[in-house]
Design a protein around this ligand. Structure first.
Ligand SMILES: [Zn+2]
Length: 360
């Protein structure tokens, strides 16, 4: 027993599936928050959504009803006492850290607290010492919510000053149920959930993508199509890459929708611009990059599976076994290299050329 389960989470927390433990900690903290929380866990597991919900609960007059003007302002990104700090470059800069220090000293304008959400904190890099002091001793009316995909050694000191809230990869069944509740058919929900590797953002994207099933077929068919020629390899690599582009196209459409909603919200409030537009556009670009890499990695996993199923089948001669095992190793290696931003076409072509011998 953790003793946390006695607090029924406020309505604002209901939109975050599969993170019962994290939500229990947050719900129990609303009445008497400490100065800093560190949400850690893989991307797409609900950290950002949970940060919004927690911030809403902290500034809502009744602890997170989800319906009052305060709660709605937090969700639409327009509450004066809730600030989301997005990094502007590849890492959080020292200048940004100084700006955060300044923000932390502000007095809340309409609520008893102000909440500062720091996104992508695993990329804090050289700004870590500058932020440590700010996060360690903010004024009592400031609460930090720090989001990090992981806690690298440079962040251990800061992490030790925060209440840790861990986000776990979501169970496939939770992903599927969430997609179904959002309107997907059971078949689409099951397939998208299975290929999402515990991430709700990816599951949602795949569920909205009509090309998902045909892309999986394309990757699975690679071993049969390889004929040892460079021409086939070039054609296959092109098809596989344009499949990833298709998914990025689906994401772009969603992002355009998000921006349109923010524009409408800004207009309703009589503001001429979307607050933090450049940072949002930067985030969108990063998401596109990540979706592309994730999609290629998922495709490579499908391809490796195709080879592994051949490995597992009976009556494979020993020489062929060695070839298949080597193919699986080469695919895993290529998947690992994708993180380092390589020339994707060259990487795929080299992989497929090497697989040629093993595919017959
Ligand atoms: Zn409220």
């Amino acid at each position: 027993m953790t003793g946390l389960a006695v607090t029924e989470p406020a309505p604002v927390f209901r939109q975050i599936p599969g993170q019962h433990r994290a939500i229990a900690i947050l719900a129990a903290s609303v009445a008497h928050p400490v100065h800093a929380y560190l949400f850690s866990g893989p991307p797409g597991t609900g950290k950002r959504e949970a940060a919004t919900a927690f911030a809403a609960a902290l500034v809502c007059p009744v602890g997170g009803c989800g319906e009052c003007p305060s709660c709605r302002a937090v969700v639409s990104g327009h509450h004066p006492d809730v600030v989301v700090v997005e990094r502007e470059g590849a890492a959080i800069s020292v200048d940004e850290a100084r700006r955060v220090a300044g923000l932390a000293q502000r007095t809340p304008s309409v609520s008893r607290l102000q909440v500062i959400v720091l996104a992508d904190f695993h990329l804090v890099d050289r700004a870590a010492p500058a932020l440590l002091k700010t996060i360690e001793e903010p004024p009592s009316s400031t609460v930090f919510v720090v989001l990090a995909d992981s806690v690298p050694p440079s962040l251990v000191t800061i992490a030790s000053r925060c209440v840790g809230v861990e986000f776990v990869p979501l169970e496939t069944s939770v992903l599927a149920a969430t997609l179904e509740a959002e309107g997907s058919t059971p078949t689409v929900a099951a397939a998208a959930a299975a290929a999402a590797h515990g991430r709700l953002d990816r599951a949602r994207l795949l569920a909205a993508d009509s090309g998902f099933a045909s892309r999986q077929r394309l990757w699975r068919a690679v071993p049969e199509r390889l004929d040892g020629t460079g021409a086939t390899v070039a054609l296959l690599a092109e098809e596989l890459l344009s499949g990833a582009d298709e998914l990025v196209g689906v994401l772009r459409a969603r992002q355009a929708e998000e921006m349109a909603q923010l524009e409408q919200a800004a207009e309703r409030l009589g503001e001429r611009h979307v607050a933090g537009r450049a940072a949002i556009e930067d985030r969108h670009k990063r998401e596109q990059r990540r979706v592309r890499t994730d999609e290629l990695r998922a495709g490579l996993a499908t391809l490796a599976e195709a080879y592994r199923s051949r490995l597992a089948s009976a009556n494979v001669p020993p020489r062929r076994l060695a070839e298949l095992a080597k193919a699986c190793g080469a695919i895993d290696e290529a998947a690992a290299m994708l993180i380092r931003n390589p020339n994707e076409a060259l990487l795929l072509q080299a992989l497929l050329l090497g697989l040629g011998a093993a595919s017959a």
